[in-house]
Design a protein around this ligand. Structure first.
Ligand code: NAD
Ligand code: ZN
Length: 346
């Protein structure tokens, strides 16, 4: 089969690789219909995530049709149209049993290398999905593949970031980053009751889309803190969502949040450490939350909100690519020439 393969920094090629097989009785193999390129793939592209070997199949966002079913799979049959989490989970370890699927002892991240379970990715004609009964959902009839794909990662990541911040209806949310995740955090904040959402980015076209979603756009290249204070009666935002990744924007979040407020970070970084603003957090009574998204906690909610039209993630799709053109999708996305690349496969 054909698949997008990592070759080294800034090098992706489309090659023939062996088709995935059922390896465990809890696996399914799907024929991928739609995949996508994610901001998280860019960290791999920039060679910032250790453990992704040359030759690995990339990609972790997917919708597909079940092709083959392991002997212990009970919920799915050949022909089912399915969406699944980027981070498969076993459903039976002590973390899964507590609902912390993102901490599954037996899970990993598809297409993310040796440090994340060494699972092949989904920018491919076929993909093996481990722990299918826990990881997958059937796509509701009225939801298209291009809508559903967002529920397996970035929409649910964004929705969960807002939920992790314990948003109270009527509050003001500032979202740092108006990339795909940040824009869907804007939609999610409104869906969870925010009265006002501020969207911060350096790229004006991205801010324009945030404005279409009802947010107040703020170009953060100049005096981000001052602009946010102006919008919040001088106290700061109740909740700040960080959707970029890394120390500078996390520290920016601490500057933008009000005393007693909550910072919720979903941006991915490989930086081992950051200097924490300890005393100001103490005095200002701040809450800081960071983690890999718990997709399987919230995927049923986001699927229903997409089905009802309350969330409209497909509005951020800017470009569609064939599998053969995935290398171009990486290049253009890395250069911020496109907002969200969908890969149409079968
Ligand atoms: P992206 O790279 O397309 O978007 C990042 C945005 O941040 C861009 O629009 C960029 O212009 C903006 N930005 C950069 N520096 C900035 C600054 N100083 N101030 C304001 N804006 C700035 O990526 P994305 O797809 O939107 O993903 C965002 C982050 O979320 C990535 O780090 C991605 O890996 C991460 N992510 C995390 C999870 C998780 O489980 N925690 C899941 C999905 C994605
Ligand atoms: Zn992703």
């Amino acid at each position: 089969m054909k698949a997008a393969v990592f070759k080294g920094m800034h090098e992706v090629s489309v090659e023939k690789v062996p088709e995935p097989q059922i390896q465990q009785p809890t696996d399914v193999v799907i024929r991928v219909t739609v995949s996508a390129v994610c901001g998280s793939d860019l960290h791999l592209y920039h060679n910032k995530i250790p453990g992704l070997l040359p030759g690995a199949v990339l990609g972790h966002e997917y919708v597909g049709v079940v092709e083959e079913v392991g002997s212990q799979v009970r919920m799915f049959a050949k022909g089912d149209r399915v969406i699944g989490a980027f981070n498969p989970a076993c459903g039976i370890c002590e973390f899964c049993r507590r609902g912390a699927y993102n901490l599954c002892k037996n899970g990993g991240i598809l297409g993310y290398g040796m440090a994340f379970g060494n699972l092949a990715g989904t920018q491919a004609e076929y993909a093996r999905i481990p722990f299918a009964d826990t990881t997958l959902r059937k796509v509701p009839k009225t939801v298209s593949d291009e809508q559903a794909i967002f529920c397996g990662d970035i929409l649910t990541t964004a929705y969960g970031a807002v939920k992790n911040a314990a948003l109270v209806p009527g509050e003001t949310v500032a979202v740092i980053g108006a990339g795909p995740v940040g824009l869907l955090a804007v939609q999610s904040a409104f869906a969870q009751g925010a009265a006002k959402v501020l969207s911060l980015d350096l790229v004006d076209e991205r801010l324009q889309m945030a404005e279409e979603f009802g947010a107040i756009p703020i170009n953060s290249s100049k005096n981000a803190t001052g602009q946010v204070m102006e919008q919040t009666d001088g106290i700061g935002a109740d909740v700040v969502i960080e959707a970029v990744g890394g120390t500078p924007t996390i520290l920016m979040a601490f500057d933008l949040v009000r005393p007693g407020g909550r910072v919720s970070t979903v941006g991915i970084t490989a930086e081992p450490q950051m200097t924490y603003p300890l005393m100001s957090s103490l005095v200002r009574d701040l809450t800081f939350r960071i983690g890999v998204a718990n997709i399987l906690r919230d995927i049923d909610t986001t699927l229903r909100l997409v089905e009802s039209g309350r969330l409209q993630p497909e509005r951020i799709i800017s470009d569609r690519f064939s599998l053969d053109d995935v290398p171009q999708a990486y290049q253009k996305f890395a250069n911020r020439q496109i907002l969200k690349a969908i890969v149409s496969i079968n």
